[in-house]
Design a protein around this ligand. Structure first.
Ligand code: UDP
Ligand code: MG
Length: 320
């Protein structure tokens, strides 16, 4: 039976046995209260604790619950991707299992969606239970990524969001392996609106985002959406070349005036040599950036709506 629900909720879970029962309770309470059809898609990202058994039990007792079990841990972004791929809903909600994102906000997101928003992203106005270190590094990181990507990725925004199926389809069609979903959704475009919220503490258990995974995610964000780092040597190299050229010029003038310059000639040569190597690296980086861009195989453009083409009704966008 393939009933298309109005809402799909995607919940990635990795070793979350302490929180599953409570997240299911709060999520299904909220979803039932909304009075429309829904499915809860739990993605078990290769958990090694009791998560799998708990999820299977839930699926047995509630036909709205669907479970994907990964054969091995693939990480949060991939787990969410899988949930997104299996989601049938007209709107897809992405939410963490640990109740840091309050399920009670889903009706507000849905209301904004019904008013025409196609992406409603949770934007944190506060975060409780996070260390000073995490808050500071997050702040710096958002500044960095805004700088490097021209600001299209919103700050203080994680993966907690509701997206229209049209936007979900765009992201489903982006086959890149290094996935920074918040960036991919932002890249898709469409009408995006923030919903400000206070991020809660984890309900139980502990984070599965140790510093190492966090750094990888941070790096993916920069590397998937900016080629500036690859081109940096080009500008540095050109600066060194210019400095070398100026030094050389000054030395030549001094030579004409009868002053030999001594070891400065060596310095000028060094600058020119160093500058050429860096420039060459930057040029190679520029080609690599192109190769990378092609390799990502992102769609070239995303059409939100068409008018006046054959077999289409000019009033409403047609989806198939
Ligand atoms: N998660 C996952 N796979 C992983 C790590 C985390 O599916 O390899 C899930 C986890 O179960 C939770 C969400 O991703 O639902 C966010 O992880 P967590 O709460 O540990 O990260 P934090 O909120 O501390 O950044
Ligand atoms: Mg968490």
């Amino acid at each position: 039976m393939h009933m298309k629900p109005v809402y799909s909720v995607v919940i990635p879970c990795y070793n979350e046995q302490e929180v599953i029962a409570e997240s299911y309770r709060r999520l299904s309470g909220v979803m039932r209260g909304m009075g429309e059809s829904y499915e809860l898609i739990f993605v078990n990202d290769g958990s090694r604790d009791g998560t799998a058994a708990l999820l299977n039990e839930l699926a047995q007792g509630d036909e709205c619950v669907k479970v994907l079990h990964f054969a091995a841990n693939r990480g949060h972004q991939i787990a969410v991707t899988a949930g997104l791929d299996y989601a049938l809903g007209s709107a897809v909600v992405i939410i963490d299992a640990d109740l840091q994102d309050p399920p009670e906000l889903i009706p507000e997101m849905a209301a904004l969606w019904k008013e025409g928003a196609q992406v409603v992203y949770g934007q944190r106005k506060s975060r409780s239970g996070e260390s000073y270190f995490k808050l500071k590094t997050a702040e710096l990181y958002y500044k960095l990524i805004q700088r490097l990507t021209g600001g299209f990725i919103p700050r203080d925004t994680g993966d907690f969001r509701l997206v229209d199926e049209q936007v979900a389809d765009v992201v489903r069609g982006m086959p890149e392996h290094a996935r920074f979903l918040r960036g991919m959704f932002a890249w898709a475009g469409f009408r995006q609106v923030p919903l400000l919220y206070d991020r809660d503490k984890r309900f139980a258990g502990q984070t599965h985002y140790p510093l190492k995974k966090m750094l990888k995610l941070a790096a993916d964000g920069v590397l998937s959406f900016s080629d500036k780092p690859l081109k940096l040597p080009l500008w540095l190299g050109l600066c060194w070349l210019a400095a070398g050229a100026v030094t050389l010029l000054v030395l030549l003038i001094l030579l004409i005036l009868g002053r030999p310059g001594g070891l400065w000639w060596l310095a000028a040569l060094g600058m020119l040599g160093f500058g050429s190597v860096l420039t060459a690296l930057g040029v190679a980086g520029s080609y690599l950036a192109r190769v990378y861009d092609e390799a990502k195989q992102r769609p070239l453009y995303v059409v939100a709506e068409t008018r006046g083409f054959d077999s289409e009704n000019s009033e409403e966008p047609v989806d198939d």
